[in-house]
Design a protein around this ligand. Structure first.
Ligand code: ZN
Length: 479
């Protein structure tokens, strides 16, 4: 596992490690053919660029791709035949809540999908920097309980990450809601100047320690009271350190157009790239608005650096929120602290059992999480097919009955949306989870198959790859 460095250290590290490849890579043994650690033979190489695949061999030495081509004469410690299979750069999950999972999990939900790098700390919620006097408020409870918030600084979190030796590479964001909860005595109001200064100090510490950016979750209670100016002030820390801003916007429903404008304005003000997280239009009254919101994004992107990610499902998931309950045709409970036996059931069924209306049943289940079937399939497809859309799972690894995106997002794009629905060719599906993601998040020498790039690799059968996780049975690894 490698912690992916912040902007400052990125290029330096990449250069130093490249030199290591040249010196210590393929050892030449007595003038004979080179000896590699691993050679994969006969696969169809999808290099991440979106170009058509080609059949070739690929050799790995240490952490790096050492050679690509006809390596018939080359010897290796280990050889793999991969005839007819796809070989691609390991997928990058740009939108995760794996902050804790990367410390203490085997990352099976991600590794089983071919994901080799994750971006944590999205939606304003990061595990660091924060310690808590009591239970974390929603949505910080998505990551764990009081005891899990044990890193007063980002540097301590990143040190723990380095020690953990987890299965994926990790790039971290500092969350706005985490900063607010850790700095303010009351988060239901705008931050005062001294609090903004304290948050900026913590944010700067995080970026200097190696975080790659700053995330907001303005739709959630701990940050909803933050005016645009507060976010602009905090985002002022980003540009000097080459960091970026990701946002779960203030509104993804009736006021989605205004929320997009706010996100764009923050980027222009702070001169930073902005990633619109889990791009969607939510709520039945907004179905069919994605052509407008995508056009709005496209127009703004002509004048400032913008990116966006999406997951391949027409249902969202987060903590149980009354405004989301009100606008979703169907709600599935993913966990409940007060009624854990109800996880995996529909809210309407629970309400009927209890003789309550939906809102009252939701109140009784708190604190809790839910899946909201609140999007239109046509909008989902239109957003996925948009050429700038990166894939991010938004999976919630600690939920009792999680949204299937946790185990299925990437194979669902490859199998369902690329192969079966034909939204785009396989090479284009792969580009949206590799080179595009690495480029937008500044992850050097990842997301591509090239000599000298990191050997983050995935092999799969393009004819059969498919998600198996469903809303009813969400913890099934991909086929
Ligand atoms: Zn979010």
């Amino acid at each position: 596992m490698k912690r992916l460095p912040g902007a400052d250290g990125r290029r330096k590290l990449a250069r130093a490690e490249r030199r290591h490849v040249e010196w210590g890579g393929a050892a030449v043994s007595g003038g004979g053919p080179p000896m590699y650690d691993l050679v994969i033979r006969g696969a169809r190489l999808f290099d991440g660029s979106g170009g058509p695949p080609r059949t070739a061999d690929l050799a790995v030495s240490g952490d790096y791709i050492a050679a690509i081509g006809d390596l018939g004469a080359a010897e290796a410690q280990r050889e793999l035949r991969a005839d007819g299979l796809a070989l691609a750069p390991g997928f990058i999950d740009v939108h995760t809540h794996d902050d804790r999972a990367v410390l203490d999990g085997d990352m099976a939900p991600k590794i089983s999908q071919g994901v080799t790098s994750v971006v944590v700390g999205n939606c304003g919620v990061s595990l660091a920097p924060l310690t808590l006097p009591g239970a974390p408020p929603p949505p910080l409870d998505l990551l764990g309980g009081q005891g899990d918030y044990r890193f007063p600084t980002m540097a301590e979190y990143l040190t723990a990450l380095d020690r953990a030796g987890g299965a994926t590479n990790t790039a971290a964001l500092v969350g706005h809601s985490t900063l607010r909860v850790g700095t303010m005595d009351d988060v239901q109001r705008p931050a005062r100047p001294a609090e903004i200064a304290a948050m900026r100090e913590r944010l700067r510490e995080g970026l200097v320690a190696g975080a790659i950016g700053f995330s907001t979750g303005l739709g959630y209670a701990p940050s909803a009271a933050a005016p645009t100016g507060e976010v602009m002030a905090l985002a002022g820390e980003l540009a000097p350190l080459g960091a970026l801003h990701t946002t779960h916007m203030r509104d993804e429903s009736d006021h989605v157009a205004e929320a997009l404008e706010e996100a764009f304005a923050i980027g222009r003000h702070a001169l930073v790239p902005v990633v619109i997280s889990h791009f969607k239009v939510s709520g039945r009254g907004n179905w069919g608005r994605s052509p407008m919101t995508l056009a709005q994004w496209r127009k703004a992107a002509g004048g400032q650096p913008l990116a966006l990610d999406a997951y391949p499902y027409a249902a969202s998931s987060t903590v149980l929120k009354s405004d989301y309950v009100a606008e979703a045709p169907r709600v599935l409970i993913t966990w409940s602290k007060s009624h854990p036996e109800q996880a995996g059931r529909d809210l309407d069924e629970i309400a009927a059992d209890w003789g309550l209306d939906r809102a009252a049943a939701a109140e009784r289940l708190q604190p809790a999480g839910a899946v909201y079937f609140s999007m239109d399939e046509d909008d989902v497809r239109r957003i996925l097919a948009f050429p700038e859309t990166m894939i991010g799972s938004d999976g919630l690894p600690h939920d009792q009955h999680p949204h299937p995106r946790l185990w299925g997002a990437f194979p669902r794009v490859l199998g369902h949306y690329a192969r079966e629905v034909g939204l785009f060719p396989l090479e284009e599906a792969i580009r949206r989870m590799t080179s595009l993601s690495a480029e937008r998040f500044g992850l050097v020498d990842r997301g591509t198959l090239a000599e000298g790039a990191f050997a983050d690799l995935v092999i799969f059968d393009p004819a059969t790859v498919k998600d198996s996780a469903t809303f009813a049975d969400p913890k099934r690894p991909a086929a």
